[in-house]
Design a protein. Structure first.
Length: 337
């Protein structure tokens, strides 16, 4: 069994911990928290060994009546790999800890690409992470774009991708980002950081991205235009994308016209936390004009990177190839609507 530690038990960390626990070949060593909030309490209730990330705060856990198994250093020492799910910038500070214990580490997309040996997307460049010591699982938007562009490039060749991202202002729990009532070009210059981030997965891909931030918390939405080298018809594209387990083509008959109904759909289907791990592509938006493909997709920023973190664990340890790992992850988590 692969021994996995999760440092940080917030939006991403708690989801990764649940996903690791579901895997038949993995065991959760524990999770680390900086403070004894409700998430720390939930971790203990779930039976996850809880470690204190900061020694000086041990007394706070005791005062809150939350039992800890030890300090984060002990957790890292006992792990085969650690998933760093701490806030942006903290992962870079933690790198020395992982190196001191000779434990491979996975970081999230908020860290700089030059911190790691390679950036990672399971569908895009799984093999690049095999045997690496430090791997960055790219951000939610980059994950969504990589999943879409990989099969398109393989099947038809991508001459150029142009994407406009309509980005949520914050996650539902990020009260510090609101209240807001505005629509902002973000950034106002071209490109947004997403295009260069995609190039950490596909260095040769020609892509331009623009971003807008809106007062919403549910999901991101992408307006995608891809100029293809070979020109399929729209039905060919639908068949191609429908064959990808981490892409969900929304049937017109479902009557899902936006992110709100998508989240309701996920809740009705019994998804934990109403998570949507897949890209959600509106089937009827898929259009081919001359050599240009157009479509709309929605990305759930809180959860789409979770299966990628699980796959990255196997990649760095050489525990499975891409197809085997993705299939195992998807089955254990219950991907696929």
């Amino acid at each position: 069994m692969i021994q996995v530690a999760v440092n940080g038990y917030g939006t991403i960390g708690k989801r990764v911990a649940d996903a690791v626990t579901a895997q038949p070949d993995m065991e959760l060593v524990g999770v680390a928290k900086t403070s004894p909030n409700h998430e720390a309490e939930t971790a203990v209730e779930n039976g996850y060994p809880l470690y204190a990330a900061i020694e000086d705060r041990l007394d706070l856990f005791a005062e809150a009546g939350i039992e800890v198994a030890g300090l984060v250093e002990e957790m890292v020492e006992g792990a085969d790999v650690v998933v760093d799910a701490t806030p942006s910038g903290i992962g870079a500070e933690n790198k020395a800890l992982y190196e001191a214990h000779d434990t491979p580490a996975l970081y999230q997309g908020g860290e700089d690409a030059d911190l790691v040996d390679t950036s990672f997307n399971a569908r895009g460049n799984y093999a690049d992470a095999e045997g690496a010591d430090h791997v960055r699982v790219v951000s939610c938007n980059t994950t969504g774009l990589s999943r879409l562009l990989a099969p398109l490039d393989e099947a038809y060749g991508v001459e150029k991708a142009r994407v406009t991202l309509v980005r949520r202002g914050g996650d539902p729990g990020q009260t510090g980002r609101g209240p807001i009532n505005d629509i902002l070009p973000n950034p106002v210059t071209l490109p947004s950081h997403h295009g260069p981030d995609v190039n950490t997965i596909f260095p040769e891909l020609n892509i331009d991205t623009l971003g807008m931030k809106v007062p919403a918390t549910l999901m991101h939405t992408h307006s995608v235009n891809v100029t293809l080298d070979e020109v399929p018809d729209a039905d060919d594209v639908r068949d191609l994308l429908a064959g990808e387990d981490r892409l969900f083509l929304i049937p017109p008959a479902y009557g899902i016209d936006g992110a709100g109904k998508l989240k309701e759909f996920a809740m009705d289907r019994g998804r934990p936390r109403a998570d949507i791990w897949e890209n959600c592509i509106w089937d009827e938006s898929i259009t081919v004009e001359d050599d240009d493909l157009y479509l709309f997709q929605a990305i759930h920023q809180e959860s789409d990177v979770v299966p990628e973190n699980v796959d990255a664990v196997r990649a760095v340890l050489g525990a499975a190839d891409r197809e085997e790992s993705m299939a195992r992850t998807d089955e254990a988590m219950g991907l696929g609507f």
